[in-house]
Write a protein that binds this ligand. Structure first.
Ligand SMILES: NC(=O)c1ccc[n+]([C@@H]2O[C@H](COP(=O)([O-])OP(=O)(O)OC[C@H]3O[C@@H](n4cnc5c(N)ncnc54)[C@H](O)[C@@H]3O)[C@@H](O)[C@H]2O)c1
Length: 372
């Protein structure tokens, strides 16, 4: 069967769905791989590296898509490319079910099986296929580096001949995958880090990173599948009130709180930002889904009237395209190989989704064009 990787078309998208390293896993499973010429270039992977790894490079994406049995991409294919797919083809990509209505209709019309990486369930067997997690890891690391770069201060404690420099005080809101990675990175740079999350289970993880967990006298909001629950207006207001002194004292505030498929909760109001010191830095990783911090704008950095530098995230994993692509590629290959058929323990080179498998069943949006 033929696996095709087109060049990503979304503005700002630098990742690629397969990297040369993983090609042999697919060829060993009896699959042929075609990469669109230049598809890996923004992530520094050359056409030659793909060829050496066993893939073919082709310049004509239209005919490749028409012949493809499987199409792997980071972002969902645009509608004009979906219409070129043959019935029964399988696509695997990020595909937000609530916001990709036009693309889902196009998959239905084209008779395609569309698999959404956002819907891979959070069970231990699916961890190696969980692209949300691998990309959040990249985003969390970048968040701490961006904050260190923007801050007019050192992160570490320094004892110099000219006197002592005290370490930066970093506060992280949201201690999921991205938040924990931001904590770990800020700690490695020598900052003093504290963090808050609505899920009490995160307290031990925060402490294991050497950071302090901010305990507020509020009800917990543990949802299902490791996700947080939405909070009431009253609880949101109380949380803001109780967090205000921590945020006012921060040199750096990193926010990572998301709610799957929904607008991010506003955790920090304009009034709270106005209490931050001049020269302090805010990195809002949730800026693309509405923002955790009032006033942050996705893809923009600005200094507010009080001298607070505010950075709004946009396409953050793409700012680390080599490793973000490498991790994504491993996730997507693991998911694809879950659908690889074997006979007497040997791969047949066929891919077919088995809906009795919990992971495949949860992540499939359309099967041969039919909504699941
Ligand atoms: N396969 C698996 O088992 C698997 C995979 C991924 C994540 N997880 C777990 O799921 C949990 C959440 O992961 P995530 O990073 O993907 O979550 P996420 O991206 O949905 O949210 C980021 C963090 O923000 C927190 N948050 C949400 N609303 C908040 C609010 N109002 N105030 C403060 N914090 C708020 C969430 O609790 C979460 O920790 C983690 O414990 C993670 O380890 C498990």
């Amino acid at each position: 069967m033929l696996v095709v990787v087109p060049k990503e078309v979304a503005a700002g998208e630098k990742r690629v769905a397969l990297v040369p390293d993983v090609i042999s896993k697919l060829t060993k499973a009896g699959l042929q791989v075609i990469i669109q010429s230049g598809a890996g270039s923004s992530a520094t992977f050359t056409d030659e590296q793909y060829v050496t790894a066993g893939a073919k490079i082709n310049g004509n994406i239209d005919s490749d898509l028409a012949n493809a049995d499987v199409v792997l991409s980071v972002q969902t294919l645009p509608v004009n490319l979906i219409s070129k797919l043959k019935p029964g083809a399988i696509t695997i990509s990020f595909l937000a079910p609530n916001s990709a209505q036009a693309e889902i209709s196009a998959f239905e019309k084209a008779g395609v099986t569309a698999i959404s990486l956002e819907l891979v369930p959070r069970i231990s067997r699916a961890q190696s296929m969980d692209a949300l997690t691998s990309q959040a890891l990249c985003a969390g690391y970048r968040a701490a580096l961006v904050a260190a770069e923007l801050a007019p201060k050192f992160f570490p404690l320094l004892m110099t001949a000219a006197g002592t420099i005290t370490p930066a005080n970093v506060v992280v809101l949201g201690a999921g995958v991205a938040g924990l990675q931001a904590i770990a990175t800020a700690k490695r740079l020598g900052a003093v880090v504290s963090a808050y999350d609505v899920r009490p289970a995160s307290a031990d993880e925060v402490k294991s990173m050497g950071a302090k967990f901010i305990t507020l006298d509020l009800e917990a909001l543990e949802g299902s599948g490791g996700y947080a629950r939405e909070m009431s207006e009253d609880r949101a207001r109380k949380q803001q009130e109780l967090l205000t002194p921590y945020i006012a004292a921060a040199d750096v505030l990193i926010t990572t709180a998301a709610l799957p498929g929904r607008t991010a909760p506003q955790l920090v109001t304009e009034q709270m930002v106005s209490q931050m010191k001049s020269g302090s830095v805010v990195v809002d990783l949730a800026a693309e889904t509405g923002g955790n911090v009032a006033g942050s704008k996705a893809g923009e950095t600005f200094t507010n009237k009080n001298g607070v530098i505010i950075w709004g995230a946009k396409d953050v994993p793409s700012q680390l395209p080599f490793h973000a692509s490498q991790l994504f590629a491993r996730n997507v290959v693991n998911l694809l190989l879950l659908m690889s058929k074997t006979e007497n323990g040997k791969p047949t080179g066929n891919i077919a989704p088995d809906f009795s498998d919990e992971i495949i069943s949860a992540a499939t949006i359309t099967h041969e064009g039919k909504r699941r």
